[in-house]
Design a protein around this ligand. Sequence first.
Ligand code: PLP
Length: 401
Amino acid sequence: MIKFTSDELKVVKKIEVLKNEAGSHSPSFFTFKQKLPEVDIKVDACFLSNPYATDLFIEYFNKEILHTGNIRDLLESYPSQNGVIAEILADFLKIDSGNIFIGNGAIEIIQAVIHNFTKRKIIITIPTFSSYYEYVKDGVEVVYYNLSKNNNYNLDVEEYIAFVKQNKPDTIVLINPNNPNGGYTKAADVQRIIEELSFVDNIIIDESFIHFAYESESYQLVSLSHLVKEHPNVIVLKSMSKDFGIAGVRAGYGVMRKEYVDLLLKNGYLWNSNGFAEYFFRLYTRADFALRYDKVRVKYIVETLEFIQELRQLPNIKVYPSMANFVLIELLEGIKSTEFVAKLLISYGIYVRTCDDKIGLKGQFIRLASRSKDENDYVIQSIKACIQMNDVLKLVNETVV
Ligand SMILES: *Cc1c(COP(=O)(O)O)cnc(C)c1O
């Protein structure tokens, strides 16, 4: 139980309205700033991006685009066509350009793939990123595969394979690491899934958080996009928003069989990128940027590990295992997620996502992103204070009764 003043309660109501208006996604930072001027947001722990990568992008952007006046070209000219940007990525990714489809954010590719290639039945593991089931067209059957709370919402590979064989869908979706819990399935296990389920027409693997995951002590990146060549039913999706900290640019790509890319391009998507996204994609493939990006990637992974470690020390919450840059937290001892989130926002200016709208989660959950080291320290202190407040109030209540 968390206590609010009457002024605070008014803000709590407003937050609820904003959340309802945003549907299954969180209201943006801008919406909050505009509609809740009385709340001073200090830390956006809702958005799942690497802040150091954003800093790096801004550094390059200022030097090469703003300060040189090249911004004019970016605004005045058309960007390159989809296939041309695919060619820029091809060498870097070591994948044929014909297999690469560029999206205005990965969400556009999710929509394109599900609308065009899912004909009959899709299996979606829950909890998940909501677009996967929201974009399913009428007439397509959606079957949910529940990640088990007892297994900390990690994927049970054998059970999953059996489930898919039994249900015979034409499309399955694996987000790795998964959103909203950060659970990671090792590359060897995903490969096993792919080999066992060769009858499935579309195996979508969403690697939007893959730059935060690792399987060795050197934190080396483990992507499976090269498997598309051998397994034409595999579709690997990649958002650049989170690990490169550039959600506002809208950049993502998909690796899929050539017929799919051709089919999509036949129906549109010619100039679906913008000049900023093209600049980003060109930067992404440059050796100087790649080298520096990898440094901020590893720095952020290490700090996130420390952050998660500290969260685990706090009482009355359960921190689920994560290989992403966020954690799913279950609130115990009667703490309500809506109240907890409102308190963090109103009293500490920390914006966190409740997960009470996520299907497949049973209990009071929030999802908390790792930010810069200073911000993470502040978040830990604030959460500690909220938990203590809950304890004190509980004690007072019990004594009164
Ligand atoms: C954020 C997210 C996306 C969409 O990313 P954009 O590139 O910003 O459209 C896709 N998949 C998952 C799992 C995500 O979390």
